[in-house]
Design a protein around this ligand. Structure first.
Ligand SMILES: Nc1ncnc2c1ncn2[C@@H]1O[C@H](COP(=O)(O)OP(=O)(O)OP(=O)(O)O)[C@@H](O)[C@H]1O
Length: 240
């Protein structure tokens, strides 16, 4: 795993435009190893767009992203370096969860035994033989997470991983990402669930309208200020 405290992901002056309209503008922040970084912003703020560029699924218009010090656009990190869960999970509804993960493992050159391991890790082992089309939203989230974990990567990038999970699932997810960070891994996750995130993240990145509003450790905040208060304060202040 990467050395604790170093920037596993560095986003530097990232702008991403679609047809001349910027979805993300001059965004700069880091996600360090050994920590969970929460990426927050209202609907349409640009979180998914930024995450797609970070993992190499979309190209930056200007600026760059470094993963372990290497520009992501030059060498897209493989499944052993970077695990990604960005909706939709890409599984064909007619395939079983196990078959989906088996083909992903084969494509990435990963041993087949990892499929059983990650299925157990995300607690989908009993549903692995069922068609993905019959999965609940929470089960599809778990399948997406299983895919991200296949290569046992040090870095996890998860877009709204708590969506569709029940309270027990949210607690399970929290334990999973906390353990990953405790083992020296890096987690960058977006979320709408601010109160839950307060229990999960070490560092905060808040954006609105594609621009950075705040980045820093949770511990630096006044304990009397809830994450929700901070979020509304920041986003209201940035309103045009
Ligand atoms: N492929 C695309 N083509 C054109 N515009 C896009 C594309 N993807 C995103 N956008 C636009 O970029 C902006 C940011 O969208 P994005 O999905 O990144 O926000 P988000 O913060 O993830 O939102 P949410 O919380 O609602 O998922 C929106 O205005 C969206 O319409």
């Amino acid at each position: 795993m990467t050395h604790q405290g170093t920037a596993a992901i560095a986003v530097e002056g990232l702008t991403k435009s679609y047809g001349g309209t910027p979805a993300v503008t001059d965004l700069t922040f880091t996600a360090r190893a050994g920590a969970v970084t929460g990426f927050f912003g209202p609907n349409g703020a640009g979180k998914t767009t930024a995450l797609k560029v970070i993992v190499g699924l979309a190209k930056a218009t200007t600026g760059r992203v470094l993963v372990n010090g290497t520009p992501v656009e030059r060498t897209r990190p493989d499944a052993r370096t970077l695990g990604v869960a960005i909706e939709p999970c890409g599984a064909h509804p007619g395939r079983t969860g196990r078959a989906h993960l088996t083909s992903l493992a084969a494509l990435a050159g990963l041993p087949r035994r990892r499929v059983a391991e990650v299925l157990e890790l995300v607690e989908l082992d009993r549903a692995a033989g069922r068609r993905v089309g019959a999965y609940s939203m929470g089960m599809r989230q778990r399948l997406g997470l299983a895919a991200a974990l296949l290569g046992d990567p040090a870095i996890l990038v998860l877009d709204e991983p708590a969506n569709g999970l029940d309270p027990q699932g949210i607690r399970w997810l929290r334990a999973l990402v906390r353990e990953h960070a405790a083992a020296g891994g890096t987690v960058l996750l977006s979320s709408h669930l601010l109160s839950e995130a307060a229990h999960t993240v070490d560092d905060l990145v808040v954006i609105d309208r594609g621009r950075l509003l705040h980045a820093g450790p949770l511990s630096a905040l006044d304990p009397a200020t809830s994450l929700e208060d901070l979020f509304f304060d920041l986003t209201e202040r940035s309103a045009p």
